[in-house]
Ligand binder design. Structure first.
Ligand code: FEO
Length: 394
């Protein structure tokens, strides 16, 4: 292994997980893997900021071992309790039993519920500092970004922000920096990460960024706990976060649907034609071939959402349920939406979709389009008109 120094005396000592394909249970698909980033700062005192997911503890220790003896680590900063960053802490404390642990008070409470190992823990607040020698770490509490315990660590002399999950991406890559990976892939994964993890916390994201800007601290690099380090243009991801937090979106429509015998699919395709004829871009996804977290990533930057389902048992096809559950939890703001679908006798799917869209805080701009059995050519024209009308409302 070769050492990866992100700045003089500051090293990436994390691990790349090329194989993981889901996160947070199965609620977030990670088609491109991820990385668990930990950082080692070598000064008069040696500090480790965050650890890695437990199966990768050996890899982290090997990386640390190339730089210092791991038993000589003086401080371990825990920005976040979640297992992908904390579950190697007991192993680190077994190897470096004298290391003092820093984190928020909520972090302490969370660690005590996760692990039984003894630790010398010091709770810190925003503005508290830890002197390493030539360098100083300053702590910034970041409650609910994205857990109550979350915290950012700032290396004052270098202007490096270590914000844990914030500004991260689930992206396994050989490059460790933003200028070493494909830019389209990078921003796609950053947007998907924001949409699936931070979207409902957007007001807090905006407030925290404004707070940090207000502190007047220079930021030369942002090194999150997943994905790449932003060094070429760290403000690019900060500006993207401000845009996403404000709910800004493109004039684009996402159609997400499933069909039983093809009638709702015919409707979806005719609606797409109608939207397209108004010069508005449409992207269409069918469940279960597309997964919920990918589509949520698309909804982040699209003004319109149309959801369709055939009716079964007076409700939606079960394949739509994870997506509607995600929407209700993530609540994308300022989006226009409507429902459509075919039914045989009682109906019920479009009503269930509308209820979910309303509960997700979306504006239902048109009554649902419901068609009985197989759509006739006249009814398909109605579908096209439905698409045209929806496009005009964006
Ligand atoms: Fe909230 Fe990457 O863990």
């Amino acid at each position: 292994m070769s050492k990866i120094e992100i700045k003089d005396g500051i090293y990436w000592v994390g691990a790349v997980d090329w194989d993981v394909r889901n996160f947070h249970g199965f609620s977030y698909t990670t088609h491109r893997g991820t990385s668990y980033n930990a950082y080692l700062i070598v000064d008069d005192k040696v500090a480790l900021v965050d650890t890695v997911y437990r199966p990768f503890a050996g890899e982290m220790l090997d990386r640390i071992g190339e730089i210092v003896d791991p038993s000589e680590i003086d401080y371990i900063v825990m920005n976040h309790v979640e297992s992908d960053h904390s579950s190697s802490l007991p192993e680190m404390l077994r190897i470096a039993p004298g290391a003092k642990v820093f984190g928020t008070a909520k972090c302490k409470a969370g660690l005590e519920k996760h692990f039984t190992c003894k630790m010398d823990f010091q709770a810190v607040k925003t503005g508290d500092e830890l002197r390493l020698g030539r360098r100083t770490l300053m702590f910034i509490e970041a409650a609910m970004l994205h857990w109550p315990d979350s915290m950012f660590t700032y290396v004052k002399e270098d202007g490096i922000l270590l914000p844990n999950d914030a500004f991260g991406q689930h992206l396994a890559s050989s490059g460790r920096f933003d200028d070493e990976v494909d830019q389209h892939v990078l921003m796609e994964e950053a947007a998907k990460y924001y949409a699936n993890i931070l979207l409902p916390l957007s007001p807090l994201v905006k407030k925290k960024i404004e707070e940090i800007v207000g502190m007047g601290i220079p930021i030369s690099m942002i090194a999150p706990s997943h994905g790449i380090v932003w060094r070429r243009d760290p403000m690019k991801i900060v500006q993207s976060y401000m845009k996403w937090a404000a709910g800004a979106a493109e004039k684009r429509v996402i159609i997400a649907y499933d069909t039983m015998w093809g009638s709702t699919e015919k409707m979806a395709r005719a609606i797409l034609e109608g939207i397209r004829s108004e010069g508005v871009e449409v992207r269409m996804y069918r469940f279960p071939y597309s997964d919920s977290s990918d589509i949520i990533g698309e909804v982040l930057e699209a003004k319109g959402l149309l959801v369709g389902s055939s009716t079964i048992n007076n409700g939606i096809l079960p394949t739509l349920a994870p997506f509607l559950t995600d929407l209700r939890g993530l609540k994308p703001k300022g989006r226009k939406a409507a429902a459509f679908g075919s039914y045989g006798w009682m109906g019920g799917a479009t009503e269930e979709i509308e209820a979910a869209l309303k509960s997700a805080g979306m504006e239902i701009v048109m009554p649902a389009l419901k068609l009985n059995w197989v759509p006739s050519s006249e009814e398909l024209k109605r579908c096209e008109e439905f698409g045209r009308e929806f496009a005009k409302k964006l």
